[in-house]
Write a protein that binds this ligand. Structure first.
Ligand code: MG
Ligand code: FE
Length: 169
C-alpha cells in the first residue's frame, strides 16, 4: 500500500528536480539572448522566482522527512544541458527557446495543480500553500509567454530579413 503522503514526497522531489532544470534552462537562455530585451528580462525575473521556488520546495521536502540530493536531480540537470545545446545550434534559437519555455511552464502548471491536490489529501496545509503560490507564478509566466509568442515571431521574421541585428537570438 502506498499512502498519499508517500506520493506527495515523491512528487515534491520531482518538482524540485524540475525547478533545477528550469534554473539551468532560464540561466542559459537569458545569458544568450541579445536582441530580444523584453524576453531576456522576463526570463531573468522568472529565474529569480525559480530559485525561490526550489528553496521553498526543499523546505517542504525536508519538513516531510525527505532529502533533495537525488540522482534524479543530476539526470534533470543533464537533460537541461542537452536541451540547451540543441537550441544553440538552431538559426532560429529565440523561437526554439520561446517554444520550449512555453511548453515547460505548462508542464510546471500541471505539476503544481497535482501537488496542490496531493497536499490536500495528505492534509499538509503548508505544502498546499507553497504549491498554490508557485502555481500562480507558473500560470502568470505561461500566460505572459502565450500572449507574446505572436509578436515575438513577427519580430524574429522582420529581423531575419534585415542585415543589421542578429535575428537568431
Ligand atoms: Mg518553476
Ligand atoms: Fe516556471
Amino acid at each position: 500500500m502506498t499512502q498519499p503522503a508517500d506520493h506527495l514526497l515523491d512528487w515534491l522531489r520531482d518538482a524540485h528536480a524540475m525547478e533545477e532544470q528550469a534554473e539551468t534552462m532560464l540561466q542559459t537562455a537569458s545569458d544568450r539572448l541579445q536582441n530580444y530585451p523584453e524576453l531576456k528580462a522576463k526570463m531573468q525575473a522568472h529565474l529569480q522566482e525559480t530559485r525561490e521556488q526550489a528553496r521553498m520546495l526543499r523546505e517542504c521536502i525536508q519538513r516531510r522527512g525527505g532529502d533533495t540530493s537525488s540522482m534524479k536531480d543530476m539526470a534533470a540537470k543533464m537533460g537541461a544541458m542537452v536541451q540547451g545545446l540543441g537550441a544553440r545550434m538552431a538559426d532560429d534559437e529565440v523561437m526554439k527557446v520561446a517554444m520550449s519555455c512555453y511548453a515547460f511552464e505548462h508542464f510546471e502548471v500541471a505539476t503544481y495543480r497535482i501537488l496542490v491536490a496531493a497536499a490536500d489529501m495528505a492534509q499538509d496545509t503548508q505544502t498546499r500553500q507553497v504549491c498554490e503560490d508557485i502555481l500562480r507564478q507558473e500560470e502568470a509566466t505561461a500566460a505572459w509567454l502565450g500572449e507574446r509568442l505572436g509578436v515575438l515571431t513577427q519580430e524574429f521574421l522582420v529581423l531575419s530579413q534585415g542585415a543589421g541585428a542578429d535575428a537568431k537570438r
